[in-house]
Write a protein that binds this ligand. Structure first.
Ligand SMILES: [Fe+2]
Ligand SMILES: [Fe+2]
Length: 475
């Protein structure tokens, strides 16, 4: 079905045929806009931003680009095309018919899953709301606003499901999605990482690389769901999500590139010298990476989880790329976990595969994270330096799961609590590191100019040159 842009709410779900639903969503729309105005990007609401908007849901050419004022962005409801003869792909009901309505017994659980996913979308917009001011270029400013409006659309995606399939409970949940706020003492966002403030662009790039990638894997798991509208919604969200990770990946790569240029110019690898020259040294980049990677790992939940087992059994949430697994029932398989033995060592334990689904997803995520690392390290290697960046162990600095609160070094070797505290400043950004990063955060507004701590991108957006006027500031 083609997208309908005539309606107040653009959609490809034939919203006009369901007046009650349409009216309920039209009632929610101004509340969303109020939220955007109050907690979306500060200022820049009258700037014309070169944004892409979805105009079809097929994989080729779904986006159109043009100048849009953010509050006028056409947030809408887009589901991927239905897949003919799609069957339940995993769990106890493997091979049976998919659901177009929610079986009563799964209502509460599915609502929780949808709300938890939905809550992260506006949360990230709130976390990033001040960053437009310190954008290192107009290109980057445009990118963050693109990410922000699409996270807003992802909220719409989840709110549509809540309104369409969960009656009054769903409508109440949709209201609450606008009432919880990132970092709010009384009504925080549901997941910890989404309450961490993002005050600088290095953190923003780490967030879009590591935390949006968690989003990718959650969406991949939900795209397998037996509840077909959820699966189709998540499938389309994934196409938008890819750009968010591109922003993170290339952002970190450009920071590394700039650091290497400065090292070359100065003829030294000394981090202090690199900083004095206004670039970010590799050890500091590594510390920010350690922080955001470990924080994002917690989003996958406990390594052994009866909830995850029951989501899988009942067909609500699968494994990412479920088709790639041989056994879609996973009843008689086991998974080996490495756990702290309580005496400063490590022990192995076999658990039923279904209980290890979070860990299976987390492992796929870690492998995906490695890809960027390889690319950044190749850059460093090609520049002729021996330093390398790496992902810390999945045991390091965890707050959820078997390794929660267990002190280890970044290789995952258990160490004493004293050593852990003493060495934390080697591994995570210190107050001084953060102060240094903030000191670099000065907005650059001239066309084609970049802040001194980041290299220009290899190419612009949608075949436009890097120096294109991606944001018309009207100031
Ligand atoms: Fe999202
Ligand atoms: Fe995202």
């Amino acid at each position: 079905m083609s997208l309908n842009y005539q309606d107040r709410i653009p959609n490809n779900v034939d919203l006009g045929s369901n007046r009650t639903l349409q009216r309920a969503l039209e009632h929610w729309q101004p509340e969303f806009l109020n939220w955007w105005r109050d907690l979306g990007p500060t200022d820049f609401q009258v700037s014309d931003v070169y944004l892409r908007t979805a105009t079809s849901v097929d994989t080729k050419g779904w986006a159109t680009y043009g100048y849009v004022r953010m509050p006028e962005y056409r947030w809408g409801i887009f589901l991927a095309e239905p897949q003919a003869d799609r069957r339940i792909g995993f769990g106890d009901n493997y091979g049976q018919e998919i659901w177009q309505q929610i079986p009563g017994e799964h209502r509460a659980t599915l609502r929780r899953l949808i709300v938890t996913q939905g809550d992260t979308e506006p949360a990230s917009v709130e976390q990033q709301r001040l960053l437009g001011h310190t954008a290192p270029s107009l290109y980057d400013m445009r990118n963050i606003f693109q990410v922000n409006v699409e996270e807003g659309r992802h909220l719409w995606a989840m709110v549509y499901l809540l309104h369409a399939y969960f009656g009054r409970d769903g409508r109440e949940e949709a209201e609450e999605l606008l009432e919880r706020h990132s970092g709010d003492a009384n009504k925080p966002r549901i997941l910890g990482t989404f309450n961490e403030p993002i005050r600088d662009w290095l953190s923003f790039f780490m967030f879009t690389y590591f935390t949006d990638r968690d989003g990718k894997f959650q969406l991949k798991s939900l795209a397998e769901s037996s509840f077909d509208p959820l699966a189709r919604t998540c499938k389309f969200m994934l196409t938008e999500e890819a750009h968010h990770m591109f922003v993170g990946d290339t952002g970190i790569s450009r920071v590394v590139k700039r650091c290497l240029e400065v090292m070359k110019e100065l003829g030294t690898e000394d981090p202090e010298a690199v900083r004095k020259a206004g670039a970010i040294d590799l050890p500091t980049i590594q510390k920010y990476l350690n922080f955001w990677f470990s924080s994002s790992l917690d989003l996958f939940g406990g390594d052994t989880s009866s909830n995850a087992a029951s989501y899988f059994a009942s067909g609500l949430k699968g494994r990412p790329d479920e088709a790639r697994f041989e056994d879609h029932v996973a009843l008689n398989q086991t998974f080996t976990l490495e756990l702290p033995d309580g005496q400063g060592g490590v022990k192995s334990e076999q658990i039923p595969m279904r209980n290890a689904m979070n860990e299976v997803t987390r492992s796929a995520y870690v492998r995906d994270c490695e890809i960027g690392l390889k690319r950044w390290n190749r850059r460093i290697e090609n520049a002729g330096y021996a330093q390398r960046m790496s992902l810390p162990s999945t045991r390091f600095r965890r707050s959820i799961g078997s390794w929660a609160g267990v002190p280890t070094d970044t290789t995952g070797t258990p160490i004493s609590r004293e050593e852990f505290s003493a060495r934390l400043g080697e591994w995570l950004p210190t107050d001084a590191d953060r102060a240094f990063i903030y000191s670099l955060m000065k907005g650059v507004r001239e066309q084609g100019k970049m802040a001194g701590w980041i290299a220009p991108p290899d190419r612009g957006i949608n075949n436009q040159p890097v120096e294109y006027e991606y944001v018309l500031l009207h100031s």
